[in-house]
Design a protein around this ligand. Structure first.
Ligand code: GDP
Ligand code: MG
Length: 200
């Protein structure tokens, strides 16, 4: 370790590089979340629907992030798996107002977790944003966790009841936050959780 790195560690200013795969159905708010996480002077005014995927690099708190913003449109979803191998974390965004498509989101999540690369990465953290919490018809984070069956299967922590976080025991570390990507509400809570997971 060079002296600069040692000094940065000592001052606790060193940033952790993280490749984050941002996935979820189309229109859930992935691109808006990523745009909102970028420093104010790097944000764009109008987020347009993503074709294929976009790669964004920015720094937020203690993380230096490369975010792979994948299109959620059905015909592009098979692109996601190309990036499973090299990612350090997954951010899975759901539109908490779209109860009809929550079952589709759950199915996509299940395919993600059953992929061989993901099965190998048992400790890869998954952060969920229950996005669009500003809208009247939105579901709470706990309700979204239930609809996505985060209280079952590989997510469980010794059969504990539904909660917003599980980071120990046999299950994969996960956390769910309600978010409003338009104002940024809830995003820092999620990023702080992810930072804690990636720094330890
Ligand atoms: N009300 C509200 N609208 C949002 C929120 N996040 C995103 N949107 C809107 O939802 C639409 C889809 O967002 P986008 O980021 O393109 O979704 P993506 O397809 O997942 O990348 C856009 O019109 C956004 O302005 C949110 O938290 N609240
Ligand atoms: Mg997009």
């Amino acid at each position: 370790m060079g002296w600069l790195e040692k000094l940065a560690n000592w001052l606790q200013v060193r940033k952790k590089e993280a490749s984050i795969l941002c996935i979820g159905l189309d229109n859930s708010g992935k691109s808006t979340i990523i745009n909102r996480l970028k420093p104010a002077n790097a944000r764009i005014e109008d987020v347009v629907p993503t074709v294929g995927f976009n790669v964004e690099t920015f720094s937020t708190g203690k993380l230096f992030v490369t975010a792979y913003d994948m299109s959620g449109q059905g015909r592009y979803r098979n692109l996601w798996e190309r990036y499973y191998k090299n990612c350090d974390a997954v951010v899975f965004v759901v539109d908490s107002t779209d109860k009809l498509r929550m079952a589709v989101a759950k199915e996509e999540l299940s395919q993600l977790l059953n992929h061989r690369e993901m099965k190998r990465k048992k400790n890869l953290p998954v952060l969920f944003f229950a996005n669009k919490c500003d809208l009247r018809q939105s579901c709470s984070a706990v309700k979204c966790a239930q609809l996505l069956a985060l209280d079952r299967g590989e997510w469980t922590r010794g059969g504990s009841p539904v909660h917003k976080t599980a980071s120990a025991g046999p299950g994969r570390p996960w956390h769910i936050c309600e978010s409003n990507a338009l104002t940024g509400e809830g995003l820092q809570e999620g990023i702080q959780w992810l930072t804690d997971q990636l720094m330890c």
